[in-house]
Design a binder for this molecule. Structure first.
Ligand code: FAD
Length: 459
């Protein structure tokens, strides 16, 4: 059987681009189909613009402490400049991604694709079919929008980067990392910001000290938190949106943003017709090598619902290409993934939370709380939090959780020794770098408290 291509990839985001490029490097004839912009969520409306906006918003904190270092700052902010400069940067990255695909010979097709068979794809715009020995679905996800009256008045992260102007106030529904990151972005840029969340604390699944520490940091920055409440309905009220809450209260906001989770892009892809199985959460079911229930069809990235992070999608795409086109069978290890929340204060974590570790045998917990040095000349009271969780026997480091300036950069480096199975003794042998916040990780003496037989002792 001959095919038009060895591989057709649907979706030119983090996972699809890496898979296409690597497969082409190994000699495969590859086409990649993209309905929006090359680079996908991360480059166009995710990690990259988000981090740029985080930088923009953090000047607020710097201006706040500037006078304690002798500076007088009279600053104003122009949203249009930020949006235009962001657009210039993501367009530059988009061209870079395009060039990286074209160099090894990947054909880029701008269209919407649907799966037409185990070895064929239909191009919706062009109205033609392509055949391939293998198909790779890397279609990512999209923001979930609650089904409530007036939902069309709200924005999601897709629109937040390109608002025509900053609203005077914003209500963000959600408690995950996208909700808290956008809350600190908007608040830092001077928008009166409120988070509404149905749970009882933001960042479910993170270590409790990170959750409570961030909660305090958000409140210190003037962000209002409303828990155990949801939005029931919305309606237009002049330039504002009038929001009805589940507790019966009604209030106007300049904008409302849903950050209520992301849904895998499987709808209308034709997967049911070819027998590609989905998980109970609607993601594509894959094995350790990213192969679906149809042997010629693979899937990587957010559409598989595994970790929903760019470096993970990239690694899955790379290992798919190794396995299928380089005779080098590789499975991604999803067990230890460093994660950051680029809120203010920032969070960086890897490994088990304290609650998880406490169910894995006897553990020691080392905890430090202190004012980050940049705040010590000012009246700011915010604390930095560093937590190391180790096994009692052998001292293997099970988890590291950091809240405060530089947390993400620190955790990326902590991920290396943790991946090598480092113990507390390995951390202790390391000479501290002074003055730094990270030196706390190598200078912990006695545990702050312990867990023995699941019971917390001391602390
Ligand atoms: P995507 O990058 O989403 O790419 C999928 C591509 O497929 C898209 O370009 C889409 O247009 C295209 N497509 C979909 N359906 C079709 C079709 N039928 N035909 C043709 N094309 C199609 N991750 C991090 O690691 N760090 C962060 O700081 C971070 N911040 C984020 C902030 C926000 C606001 C968001 C939304 C996400 C963030 N992420 C972050 C997550 C990260 O963006 C995703 O995990 C990553 O982009 C997933 O890559 P992917 O290849 O699976 O899908």
């Amino acid at each position: 059987m001959t095919y038009d291509y060895d591989l057709v990839v649907i979706g030119a985001g983090s996972g699809g681009v890496r898979a296409a490029r690597m497969a082409a490097t190994y000699g495969a004839k590859v086409a990649i189909i993209e309905e929006f912009r090359v680079g996908g969520t991360c480059v166009i409306r995710g990690c990259v613009p988000k981090k740029l906006y985080v930088y923009a918003s953090r000047f607020h904190d710097l201006f706040d402490v500037a006078s304690s270092f002798g500076w007088q700052v009279d600053a104003t902010f122009d949203w249009a400049t930020l949006v235009a400069n962001k657009e210039k940067e993501i367009t530059r990255l988009e061209s870079g991604y395009t060039a990286n695909l074209e160099k090894p010979g990947v054909e880029i097709i701008k269209d919407r694709a649907v799966v037409a068979g185990p070895n064929s794809v239909h191009l919706v715009g062009q109205g033609r079919d392509l055949s391939a020995r293998y198909l790779l679905i890397a279609t990512g996800g999209h923001p979930y929008i609650p089904h409530i009256p007036g939902a069309e008045l709200a924005i999601t992260s897709n629109e937040a980067f390109d608002l025509p102007q900053l609203p005077h106030s914003i209500l963000i529904e959600g408690g995950g990392y996208i909700a808290v990151e956008f809350a600190t972005i908007f608040a830092g840029l001077g928008v009166n910001t409120t988070i509404i969340y149905r749970g009882d604390c933001i960042l479910r699944g993170f270590d409790d000290d990170m959750r409570r520490g961030l909660e305090a940091g958000l409140i210190e920055r003037g962000i209002r938190l409303i828990y155990q409440t949801t939005i029931k309905s919305m309606s237009r009220q002049g330039d504002d949106i009038s929001v009805n809450f589940s507790d019966g209260v009604t209030a106007p906001f300049g904008a409302v943003m849903f950050a209520t989770g992301r849904t895998p892009n499987v709808h209308g892809l034709g997967l049911d017709k070819v027998g590609v199985e989905l998980t109970s959460t609607g993601a594509i079911k894959v094995d350790a090598y990213s192969q679906t229930s149809v042997t010629s069809i693979y899937a990587v990235g957010d559409v598989t619902g595994r970790a929903q992070l760019t470096p993970v999608a990239i690694r899955e795409g790379w290992y798919f290409a190794e396995t299928v086109f380089n005779n080098n069978k590789l499975a991604v290890d999803h067990s230890q993934i460093p994660t950051a929340v680029f809120s203010d204060p920032e969070i960086g974590v890897i490994g088990l939370t304290e609650a998880e570790a406490a169910t894995h045998g006897d553990i020691d917990v080392y905890l430090a709380r202190f004012r980050p040095m940049i705040n010590t000349l000012s009246t700011r009271t915010e604390r930095m939090v560093l937590k190391l969780i180790t096994e009692k026997d052998g001292g293997k480091v099970l988890g590291c959780h950091i809240l405060g300036p530089g947390a993400a950069e620190m955790i990326q480096l902590v991920a290396i020794p943790m991946g090598m199975g480092a113990t507390k003794a390995d951390f202790d042998r390391t000479i501290a770098l002074h003055p730094s916040a990270a030196e706390e990780l190598v200078t912990f003496k006695a545990p702050t408290y312990t867990y023995r037989n699941g019971e917390k002792l001391g602390g």
